[in-house]
Write a protein that binds this ligand. Sequence first.
Ligand code: ANZ
Ligand code: ZN
Length: 911
Amino acid sequence: MQLAMLRQVTRSSVHKPYYARHYATSQSKRTVGGLNFGDIEKKWQKRWAESAPTPPMTTGKSFYVLSMFPYPSGILHMGHVRVYTISDTVSRFRKMAGYDVIHPMGWDAFGLPAENAAIERNIHPAKWTKDNITTMKRQMKRLSLDMDWSRELATCDPEYYKWTQYFFLQFHKAGLAYQKEATVNWDPVDQTVLANEQVDAEGKSWRSGALVERKKLKQWFFKITDFAEPLLEDLKVLEHWPDRVKQMQHNWIGKSTGANFKFQVDANVPETLKHVEVFTSRPDTLLGVQYLTLAPEHPLINSEYLPKEHSGKVTDFVESLKKVQNMDEAENNKQGVFTGLYAQHPLTSEQLPIYVAPYVISDYGTGAVMAVPAHDKRDWEFAKANNIVDEIKFVVDPLVQEEGAVSDRSEPFLGNGVLNAASGKYQGMRSNEAMAAVVADAKENNFGESAVQYRLRDWLLSRQRYWGAPIPIIHCPSCKVVPVPEADLPVHLPLDIALEGKGGSPLQKVEDWVNCKCPKCNGPAKRDTDTMDTFVDSSWYYMRYVDPHNQNLPFDHDKATERLPVDVYIGGVEHAILHLLYSRFFSKFLLKQGFYAEKPEASGNRGEPFKVLLTQGMVQGKTFKDPVSQRFLKPEEVDSSDPKNPKIISSGETPLMSYEKMSKSKYNGVDPTAITENHGVDPTRLHILYKAPPSEALEWDDVSIVGMQRWLAKLHKLAVSAGNEAPHVFEADTIDMSTMNNEEKKVYRFTHNTIQQVTDALSTSFGFNTAIADLIKLSNFISSSAISPATPTYRHAVESLVKMVAPMAPNIAEESWEALGGDHTKQSSVFSQRWPSLDQRALVADELKCVVQINGKTRYTVNIPADLAQDQSKVEEFAKQSPQSDKWLAGKNVHRVIMAKGGKLVNFLVK
Ligand code: ANZ
Ligand code: ZN
């Protein structure tokens, strides 16, 4: 997946990163506790490739687990390893639990870096992309990821983008794809449009270094604003999404309620401009309006309509704003210009001056603001900066009850409150009441009504780039905008092209592609030369996976109905807004259009694509800095032989140490391939899962991987000991407890407690770290218990342990399963075994701990047989028989005994 707003140019990464060199020399730590992880991995990866394990009996239930698909940059990073390990664990677990699982993988393969590689190094984007996919796929396989490669897709494949184009046409047909002018980054030297990623922090072009200009061009938009309300409202359905993500989406959609009011303009202007309409979220402040402000793009800002003595100044001012490099600068600009025009206050008929203000956004609300300096910070600052009013008019006062909230009028009062005498007939009303009253009056007197605004903008999807899906539109001189007929899809991206990064949009130069016939009149016409934002590609890929080879449709209706929504979606929190919002928009639209239906169990899901969202935290690298120069240090500049006490080699000083997002400039990256080569795949996977819960940052540190290596070796030893001793009892999930001695009962009970906890972690809480901790405890319990490896209980415990480790450490689990005797049935694999089922009886404790209180104070505890705990007289008896009772109860006069918590507490009231 790619990010949209990155300002940094991400140059391609075909060169070997420095860390590959760094690790090449470090010593292999692959053999630990007699296990050679590398050899075992090779053995099992080969076996799985030869014949995939047949899953155990299915329950008929399906499960869809998905990691966000990667951009094929050519190099897998630790963030990828983390997210795929998580989804692989969930997928393997669900398969063992009898689900029909899909766990697909594909490539978000269109996008800018491929194009940059072509410009910089003369490699065709298609080849660059394909090579990178090959490399990354190999790296993924090394990680023992059980992906469903039969469903693999790449968004740059015509088989795929045919349907991306098809969906564009569906949006167009539904009136949800349209063109309008929008501002783009223009490189005046190379004469080309730049992506945001190609503009650096100083607003300069990545290639030419020229100061980027803002230029208006006709662009394609999806009307996502039509879905603003359901996109907001249905966040409520998403019970299993992180609150933080929902909050971010909520704010992004930004619903605001208030009113639109009209102010009559006293000037000779066309009828449509006779009123300036404003949107306000504070109708209660209407009587505090002292002037109006308009966006520079407002239609009234036209020299024809402005008084002569002002129009020159206004035009100069508006022109000067176009040179402003970024929006923040424009928004913070407090300077404005008086237009020479006045509008009439609808209630007082006062003449209000009209200003142009850079901070008024042309496409929010009506592009005009009723300015209330007393109660709005920006209006206050603008009024002061431009000397607009002599006296600021306060109309709302803080409620007196609110302590310390008395306004001394040295700054704007921003909150709701109570309307004061300056508000005339509204005096005494609370803000909320006054809002309703003002809006009612506006309605009656025809100057306004209540209104809702969203901050959400329509989705600008066209890019003046090459490596993307061409927009399937033809421009005809007589028929104008003509959609490409569905039967003519895909509109192939021409492969024969020279990319230079200058001289206009790349596709414009491919003449025999651009020139075509109009599908309507057959006359000469031209193709649209824009391509689609890659976020369009990624807004529906999870739907294509359900039916990836369909030649006639993007996907089969029934297959999608059966498989959607995705049960668990895992990816980086950096996609919390755009990708997820666009995907929600797509899936809601496609549900509405009948491309799939909601299965009965999912009704009320309202076309939400992802049921559970797991946002995984960043993988941070150990970062060293020179304490004096603050310079980042390369790993080879630091002596880390004592990890607790690192030293800068050249100076002997202690470096500053922190964990930060891995990046080349901080020399703190690690190469997953080197890590797994050195430490083994399974230890690496476990280490990643163990170090932090999925949503938290993971402070990478490979020193402690050895802990996981040792534990896996121990686990394997347990399997060998059980395999050597015990009869083959693979089928048994539960054992009759009545035949067990006490030690065996303890082990059996511990095993089932662990089964319960691990099952819960893998199916609902996703606390993989606690699951691993529980499994470690179980292995310790087994090896320190006194029971014989020849007993069924021992064997059952080890089998369960191995099965439960399997989703996280697949290679060693297979090896251990084989050691347990799995080889007896050829083809036997731990992944063909059923997930251990829970024996509820084992969870019932034999004894329970009863807290004994004397006059309400806890004094001692006593163990009571569980089956007697309900009987108060027995509980009393046990409590009195305890040796400790001598100290607290002997010779006391017990006048009442209270038992609570089912025998877990007994309170003696004594005198
Ligand atoms: C008068 C007023 C009085 C306002 C007051 C606020 C406080 P939200 O809540 O984010 O929707 N506004 C309206 N259109 C604007 C535009 N195109 N560009 C910049 N500002 C705009 O913000 C709504 C408020 O932002 C509106 O309410 C308006 O100022 C301003 F005590 O109107 B208000
Ligand atoms: Zn035509």
